[in-house]
Design a binder for this molecule. Structure first.
Ligand code: HAM
Length: 421
């Protein structure tokens, strides 16, 4: 049997990959406007990083990591998310020593051993940002605004921003106790996963699709917030309102990663079956210290947007992604001498920045014309022996059929002028 791609992965082929390039270019361009700089950290890290960073009680660390021993017997893991690696790089490279706020972004593959379904893959891609060094609520709002602007600018319709505050560890400890007390009477009726969550991470009980009914009437974390948490949350909301970013408060929003403090948020959109979360993030004030060691207590806030999910929603909403420009010229040489000249001219055009192509399969002129059509070439340039002798070439504009003859020297030295003026 022939070898097939691993379950939950995709081959991104020409025709599809242009959409990815479009999204990635948009992400980079947007980050420039918001003054975020790119960081590229390794795709695999020491397993310990994710255990410490993402949290032992999470599904990601408990069930979904691609972990392996390398040849030196070290436990390594393909990154299941981007934040932990960026925090590690931030600490290791002492980026906190740089005077201005460190604002970073990344685009790349992440790996989670999940049950594949529409919008859920084992290798997927995130566009993420992380901003370190500030507790100012305006940076939480900026991060939320950047994600929202990204979705809007690529044409996504009806994206909802949901926000919550998950407080500080001490706020959560009190809340957790109350949640356990609330769920205690129904504990034995809950699914197996929830029985474990009940002990280890009761906030995740609110997130279970199966046991949703048991959560009705459960206490809200917002009622447990202390003064500091409430003020921070209020200010984030004020900044969002000032920027005219619409949002909905969802006190049940708990993220699947353990590192969040204060602000947590998600972007939702319909169109991928059962899944409606297309991106999420939040603040993580204790994470740098947790990963970097004592004395490294820089705050942070960030987001991760799944690119596969964006493409699925765009498709479901019928939003077209702009196609890259087609070929400028398709060159056809008729006869041996003309074909040689075509090879030379093709190179001259490409060096001048013109998108040009020719046939490499010895096909007849008719087949070559069809090929030019498939590439949607603006011009077909035909060179026969007679024209070659005169030092000229015939250009045919494919949309109008208009023809013109130009000097080989002219087009070879200033193609843009000959073709586009
Ligand atoms: P996350 O919510 O685990 O957050 O993932 C962010 C996004 O990645 C999801 O909303 C979804 O679009 C996409 N995603 C996650 N898992 C899959 C999957 N199996 N298949 C396809 N897409 C998926 C984080 O990863 C955090 N690091 C975000 C963050 C950055 N928080 C602060 N900074």
């Amino acid at each position: 049997m022939s070898i097939q791609k691993p379950k939950g992965t995709q081959d991104l082929l020409p025709g599809e990959v242009e959409k990815w390039q479009y999204l990635e270019n948009k992400a980079r361009e947007l980050c420039q406007r918001f003054n975020y700089k790119e960081i590229r950290s390794p795709i695999f890290e020491e397993t310990e990083l994710f255990i410490r960073g993402v949290g032992e009680t999470t599904d990601i660390v408990g069930k979904e990591m691609y972990t392996f021993l390398d040849k030196g017997n070290r436990s390594m893991t393909l990154r299941p998310e981007g934040t932990a690696g960026v925090v590690r790089a931030y600490v290791e490279n002492k980026l906190y020593g740089i005077p201005d706020l460190t604002k970073l972004y990344y685009v790349g593959p992440m790996f989670r051993y999940e049950q594949p379904q529409a919008g859920r893959y084992r290798q997927f891609h995130q566009f993420g940002i992380e901003a370190f060094g500030s507790v100012d609520p305006s940076i939480d709002a900026e991060v939320i605004a950047l994600g929202y602007t990204f979705y809007k600018e690529i044409g996504l319709k009806e994206v909802t921003v949901e926000i919550n505050s998950v407080g500080t560890p001490s706020v959560r400890a009190a809340y957790r106790e109350q949640l356990q007390a609330f769920f205690a009477p129904v504990k034995d009726q809950m699914c197996k996963d929830c029985q474990i969550r009940y002990e280890r991470n009761p906030m995740r009980l609110l997130d279970c699709k199966i046991d949703q009914k048991f959560g009705e009437g459960a206490p809200d974390i917002l009622e447990f917030l202390d003064e500091e948490c409430r003020t921070h949350f209020d200010q984030v909301k004020e900044h969002l309102t000032a920027m005219e970013i619409p949002f909905r408060i969802n006190p049940r929003l708990v993220r699947g990663l353990d590192y969040y403090t204060h602000t947590a948020f998600e972007y939702k959109a319909a169109g991928i079956g059962a899944i409606d979360t297309i991106g999420g993030g939040g603040r993580y004030n204790g994470l740098v210290e947790q990963i970097g060691g004592h004395g490294n207590d820089q705050p942070g806030v960030g987001l991760g947007l799944g690119l596969e999910r964006i493409l699925l929603v765009l498709q479901a909403q019928g939003v077209e992604i702009p196609k890259p420009d087609p070929l400028d010229v398709y060159l056809i040489g008729l006869g041996e001498a003309a074909e040689k000249e075509v090879t030379k001219l093709l190179h001259q055009l490409r060096v001048q920045g013109i998108k040009a192509e020719k046939d490499y399969q010895g096909r007849k002129m008719k087949a070559q014309m069809k090929s030019a059509d498939r590439f949607q070439a603006t011009y077909v340039a035909i060179l026969g022996d007679d024209e070659l002798a005169r030092g000229e070439i015939t250009l045919k504009k494919m949309d109008t059929g208009a023809q013109l003859t130009v000097s080989l020297v002219d087009i070879g030295s200033n193609a843009a002028k000959t073709l586009f003026q």
